[in-house]
Ligand binder design. Structure first.
Ligand code: ASP
Length: 349
């Protein structure tokens, strides 16, 4: 059943994949309300927020809109932090994590370490809708996706394979893997090896009735230990919402979020009355404080060794994002137009 995807096949299936995620588990559109919709996403989510707002303006459920929005990025081989073309684990195998939450029902579902399925967010939505569970992992998640008709594909693109191979061949000068002569290695490949690649897409959507939905989907940390699960598919860590309060999500090194359940922290802070901006900054401070208690996560200057970014969307449509160190971005759609916003950092450097 597994088949490689070439560029032509990808182009041919983007529309089909798009339709199929709507078809596999999405609800038909309902009425359109009178409120202004809003969507926020991580910096790689400009197309996702555009699509999501277009869908909620046409009466789609906010979670279906979010899942459909991120499906564009999941299917894009050029984004090697998510879905098809995501960087693999240390064995060269792509393992994906994805989760969803639905405001009106306070439902949630997720899959972790799933292989060969391009759209983990849509599978997570079916875990929520068509099981009594919240989280299905590994081979069980793959079999569940198969049962619902998701096609199996080889998620490793030639580009991702070459980057992984270069990482493997340059890891240890004393092992038996030998890199090719320098001129044969494309310049950009070195960047991936110098700095470990992180990346994920989170998307939170407020629809025209004031209801929320959100999803987070990722290929996780590049070169991870097989079976490693990050924050993205863990409800409360990589995403969380309460339909009465707001929605939040995260990207970046997931372990710190797992240890602090940061998305839950952000939503609870908004429940206490903090603005989206203050809630995000409070969560960043908490992660910074707790993380540096572990020498593995503490730099010599006492700050964290890692970066994380948080995105928050309040029930009233206000939104904010923040990150540990400068460089983070988010995509926002305020109902009129989409744009990229630079995130405020907790630390300047
Ligand atoms: N948060 C993801 C993880 O830890 C990775 C990322 O966002 O870069 O799996």
């Amino acid at each position: 059943m597994r088949r490689p995807i070439n560029r032509r096949f990808f182009m041919g299936t983007t529309a089909a994949a798009s339709l199929s995620t709507l078809a596999i588990g999405a609800s038909p559109p309902a009425t359109v309300g009178s409120r202004r919709p809003t969507a926020v996403a991580s910096g790689n989510g400009l197309r996702a927020v555009e699509r999501a707002v277009e869908l909620v303006k046409n009466g789609y459920d906010p979670l279906d809109a979010a899942v459909e929005g991120v499906a564009i990025v999941e299917a894009d081989p050029a984004d090697n932090s998510v879905g098809y073309g995501g960087l693999p684990n240390e064995d060269g195998v792509v393992e994906l994590d994805g989760a969803v939450m639905h405001g009106p029902t306070h439902g949630g579902g997720s899959v972790a370490s799933i292989r060969n399925i391009m759209h983990p967010a849509a599978v997570a939505r079916l875990v929520m809708k068509r099981t009594r569970h919240c989280l299905i992992v590994g081979d069980g998640a793959l079999r569940f996706a198969r049962a619902h008709g998701f096609p199996e594909v080889d998620l490793l693109t030639d580009e991702s394979r070459k980057i992984w191979l270069h990482w493997k061949e340059t890891r240890d000068p004393n092992d038996d893997w030998v890199p090719p002569p320098e001129p044969e290695v494309a310049d950009h490949v070195h960047e991936y090896i110098k700095k470990r690649v992180t990346g994920t897409i989170h998307c939170s959507v407020l629809d025209t009735h004031g209801d929320l939905g959100c999803t987070t989907t990722t290929s996780g940390l590049s070169w991870k230990i097989p079976g490693r699960v990050g924050d993205s598919p863990i409800l409360g860590a990589g995403l969380y919402l309460d339909n009465e309060v707001g929605s939040a999500g995260s990207t970046g090194v997931g372990e710190a979020n797992l240890l602090n359940l940061s998305s839950h922290l952000i939503v609870e802070a908004m429940r206490r009355g903090l603005t989206a901006k203050d809630a995000v900054m409070e969560a960043l401070k908490r992660v910074a404080e707790t993380s540096v208690r572990d020498p593995k996560r503490r730099r010599p200057d006492g700050k964290t060794t890692f970066n994380v970014s948080f995105y928050a969307l309040a029930k009233d449509g206000t939104f904010a994002g923040g990150c540990m160190y400068p460089g983070g971005k988010m995509a926002v759609h305020d109902g009129d137009s989409a744009r990229i916003v630079v995130l405020d950092p907790l630390y300047e450097k």
